[in-house]
Write a protein that binds this ligand. Structure first.
Ligand code: ASC
Length: 126
């Protein structure tokens, strides 16, 4: 797998791509664009809980070039890290709720995860 000069950026971008792949159907279920499927939801929520832990080690100093990452990430690292924690916490909650099987709570939590994605993108993605 070739990754170009900025391997850290390629790494984290790949993870976010896989996260978006698994989040897509859950977002569609939450919007009523796809029928609710407990088994699928539970499987993807578990995957997302694990995936959410992976991108952050790719945000090394000096790896903004040629990526969508804004330099502000490294100027506000504590805030960025807090937003990373938010995604990890919200996806862990999604996974926990999926094992309880309360459909309404699960679909509401999809919104919380989406908010965690969005909050970071607004400030730190070009
Ligand atoms: C997605 C996706 C995001 C988030 C965000 C939620 O499906 O790719 O970045 O949801 O749009 O607001």
């Amino acid at each position: 797998c070739s990754s170009g000069p900025n391997e850290a950026a390629s790494y984290r971008h790949s993870i976010f791509h896989v996260i978006a792949w698994h989040f897509g159907p859950l977002g569609a279920m939450a919007k009523g664009e796809q029928p609710f499927d407990q088994a699928l939801f539970e499987r993807k929520a578990g995957i997302l809980e694990n995936l959410a832990q992976l991108p952050w080690e790719g945000f090394q100093e000096g790896t903004a070039d040629g990526s969508d990452a804004k330099p502000e990430i490294w100027e506000n690292k504590a805030d960025f890290d807090a937003k990373a924690d938010d995604l990890m916490r919200e996806t862990a909650e999604l996974s926990r709720l999926s094992r309880e099987g309360d459909q309404q709570a699960m679909l509401a939590q999809v919104g919380q995860v989406g908010q965690a994605c969005k909050a970071c993108h607004q400030e730190y993605r070009k």
